[in-house]
Ligand binder design. Structure first.
Ligand code: ADP
Ligand code: MG
Length: 292
């Protein structure tokens, strides 16, 4: 992997703080109430209305965070508080330089492949629904496997969850008044930092044990709630089919190590990588029961 390649990628990843933008609402404190929402687009309104019509959501409570790839809303549904991750409009999204993550996946139809490569509207739509479906599918797999991830709220049948595109619905971690902070924003005591680090390395090992690399693993995609680390943001998860698998694993380790420095944890990436690989061969978490 060339250094140039790494630089290009990291610039676009959550692992590097994005330049300050006056449009960015970083913390829940600055969140907007629905009544005052002048939504980014009418499209967002339409989608939120569709989620209500489908019965997944009864009320949108607030906009939590507007990020590069998606806007997160706090909502209420039949089973409690919901986090709605609404993917950006097609043209505005960077798709996280999706090509490296998609390598190794096969697109059967030439026409579909060309549409994606040429970024036509159809191609972009295919990419977007691909990311949404991938995020749901990964959430279900990891949730069933017993990892600390938010519970997905639509599915596991793809027929059900594909109806919510371009939104992904999952359980809100934290409370409506106090959604869980990301580890990058949390103030941790030294003991908490040690525990958070340990849990984060365990999470990476558990993913690897299942044959996955997260692809954007750092404190920006780890939530901290009740002394527990919860992993989020899965559209770009890669499997061993991807020729960049090992490089992406090494990069995730590096991002985790770098992003933990501000919590006073200083680890050597090579040692951590070996530790993660060793632990990936160890015991798995208890799978969650699948109720009929
Ligand atoms: N289940 C959840 N519970 C609480 N907050 C969440 C949850 N999922 C995501 N968030 C918040 O929404 C933000 C954006 O989600 P994320 O999946 O990281 O999307 P992206 O980084 O692509 O914008 C996160 O940084 C986090 O603050
Ligand atoms: Mg993220």
């Amino acid at each position: 992997m060339s250094a140039r390649w790494l630089d290009d990628e990291l610039e676009d990843a959550d692992t590097v703080p994005a330049p300050r933008s006056k449009f960015k609402t970083k913390r829940p404190l600055g969140r907007r109430k629905l009544a005052t929402l002048t939504t980014e687009s009418d499209d967002a309104d339409d989608i939120l209305r569709r989620l209500k019509d489908l019965g997944h959501v009864t009320e949108i409570v607030a906009e939590l965070k507007s990020g590069k790839e998606a806007t997160a809303y706090v909502a209420r549904g039949p089973r409690g508080s919901v986090l709605v991750k609404l993917y950006r409009e097609l043209e505005a999204r960077s798709f996280k330089n999706d090509a490296i993550y998609r390598e190794g996946t096969v697109i059967l139809k030439d026409r579909d492949r060309r549409a994606i490569e040429n970024r036509t509207r159809t191609g972009l739509q295919m990419l977007q629904s691909g990311w949404v479906n991938a995020e749901y599918a990964h959430l279900w797999t990891l949730w069933h496997a017993g990892l600390n991830v938010p519970e997905p709220l639509v599915g596991p049948d793809p027929y059900d969850y594909s109806a919510t595109t371009p939104a992904v619905l999952m359980k809100l971690i934290g409370t409506e008044d106090e959604p869980a902070p990301r580890l990058s924003d949390a103030a941790l005591t030294p003991a908490e930092a040690t525990s958070a680090w340990e849990q984060s390395v365990t999470g990476l090992s558990q993913l690897l044990r299942l044959g996955f690399v997260h692809g954007d693993y750092s404190t920006y995609n780890l939530l901290w709630w009740e002394n527990t680390v919860i992993i989020i943001d899965f559209p770009q998860l890669v499997t061993r089919q991807n020729p960049n698998f090992r490089d992406l694993l090494a990069r995730d380790v590096q991002s985790l190590v770098t992003s933990f420095r501000k919590h006073g944890v200083h680890a050597d990436p090579d040692t951590v990588l070996r530790d993660v690989q060793r632990r990936a061969a160890g015991p798995a978490p208890e799978p969650r029961l699948v109720l009929p």
